[in-house]
Each structure stands twice: as C-alpha cells, then as structure tokens.
Design a protein around this ligand. Structure first.
Ligand code: SAM
Length: 237
C-alpha cells in the first residue's frame, strides 16, 4: 500500500480516538456532534472525503458474505443502494456478486469520478426511490447529522421486507465521535434507538459478525478494533 494512504489511515484512526467530546464518551450511550449550519456539515464531509480519497475501508470479503446473506434472506435481489461510498467499491462488488443494479451516494463533488456514484446527501430521498429497493448497505451511518431522519429516509426506499445493513464497529461508538464522524452509539444502545425511531415500521432482525475485521490494515498501525458487526434492519411487510 502507498505510504500516503497509510498516513491518511493513521490520521483517521487517531482522530477517531481523540474526540473533542471523548472525556465522558466511555460512559455515554450515544453522542451527536452539532454543526453550526448545514453548509458547515457539507464542507466538513467534503473536505474529509478529499483528504481520504485514496482510501477504501470496505472489504470485499465482507461484501461477499453480505451478498450471500442477502440472497439467503431475500431469494432474489434486483436493486440496491450503498450510502456514503467515496471510491464506490461496495456498489461495484454488490453489483457483480448479486448481478443486481446497485448505485452509491456520495456527498462530495468527487462522486462524479467514480462509476455508479451519485453526488447526493443520503438524508434526502428522491420520489422515484420510495419503496423500490431490495437492500441498502452503508458503513457511513456515523457521518449522519440526524440519524433518525437518515434511517427513516433509507427505510422509506425499501420494498416491504427489504433489508438495510449498517456496519457498526468499536470505532463507531461515542468515543469515536469527531467533527467528521458526528454520530457515535454503543453496540448495546443502537437497537434501542432503532426501536424508538421505527415505531413498528422496521425492526433489527440480526446482528452479524463480519468475517473480516480489517485486522491486516489495523495491525500495520499496531491498532485494533474490538468488534466489527452488521446490523440488519428489516422493513415491516
Ligand atoms: C467512512 S467513509 C466510507 C467510504 C467508503 N464507504 C469506504 O468504505 O471506503 C464515509 C463517506 O461518506 C461520505 N458522506 C458523508 N456524509 C454523507 C452524506 N450525508 N451523504 C452521502 N455521503 C456522505 C463521505 O464523504 C465519505 O466519503
């Protein structure tokens, strides 16, 4: 791997640990960093995206695993969305493995450099997306400025019984909150938040252990994560 990319990853890991709100973070169930304006949110996310543009966090082995899972649960997958995709690897791998039409959203104007990537804020929904998709995947939920609005938007795009898969690792807890990663929640508290937001419209139905915890990459930096899981949230029929 190129040195530049490794240095960027080192900064990501350390910025996650040095949250401005981290003093009490170990005792908190969730933290939501507040921006002064929407313009500030877009600027912070776009700058973060450009700083890490050479990096891909998502791992192909995990997308293989999730593709098998989706086929097992749904039988047939026609259409999906991946949210917050930077280089767009996840939509490429899902498309290939599921033989499905999958695109990604990315808030930064770098979106136009990557195939099947739409420059779009994932909190918003296009009318024609409502109820149309078999699955949604994201490892960027921690970048939401309003996770309740965000999850409700994502779930509105699924067909009845469709699945939303959200990556959650120990880097996504309150102690990982930064200006760039505004939402952090404990593993145990996340299902409670989902329950309180859903009001019966969707449910956490599975918590999967990722087969690949990105340990190779993390070991290089003498870092580790305690866990890497996928929350599976199913839209009610
Ligand atoms: C943690 S990175 C993950 C990138 C990619 N999924 C990967 O695995 O390498 C989060 C990405 O989400 C993008 N992002 C942040 N907020 C977003 C939003 N509201 N809508 C769409 N994309 C967003 C960021 O610009 C960044 O590229």
């Amino acid at each position: 791997m190129k040195n530049a990319a490794l240095n960027i990853l080192r900064r990501i890991i350390h910025s996650g640990i040095k949250s401005s709100e981290s003093e009490n973070a170990n005792r908190l169930e969730f933290i939501l960093h507040k921006y002064n304006s929407y313009k500030e949110y877009v600027r912070v996310q776009s700058e973060g995206n450009k700083e890490k543009l050479d990096l891909t966090w998502v791992v192909e082995e995990n997308i293989d695993y999730l593709s098998e899972y989706l086929l097992g649960e749904l039988g047939y997958v026609e259409k999906g969305i991946c949210h917050g995709t930077r280089r767009g690897q996840e939509q490429k791998w899902f498309s290939e493995k599921l033989n499905a039409d999958v695109f990604g959203t990315e808030i930064s104007d770098t979106a136009c450099s990557f195939p099947k990537t739409l420059q779009w804020d994932f909190h918003e929904v296009k009318e024609e997306w409502l109820g149309q998709f078999d699955f949604i995947y994201s490892n960027s939920f921690d970048h939401s400025y309003d996770p309740q609005k965000c999850l409700n938007s994502w779930m509105s795009c699924l067909k009845s019984g469709g699945l939303c898969i959200i990556e959650h690792s120990s880097l996504h807890t309150p102690k990982g909150v930064t200006e760039l990663d505004p939402f952090g929640v404990s593993l145990e508290y996340f299902p409670y938040l989902v329950l309180s937001w859903a009001k019966g419209a969707y449910f956490v139905t599975d918590i999967l252990d990722a087969p690949n915890h990105n340990t190779e990459l993390l070991e290089y930096f003498k870092e580790s994560i305690d866990y890497l899981k996928f929350f599976v949230i199913r839209k009610a029929s």
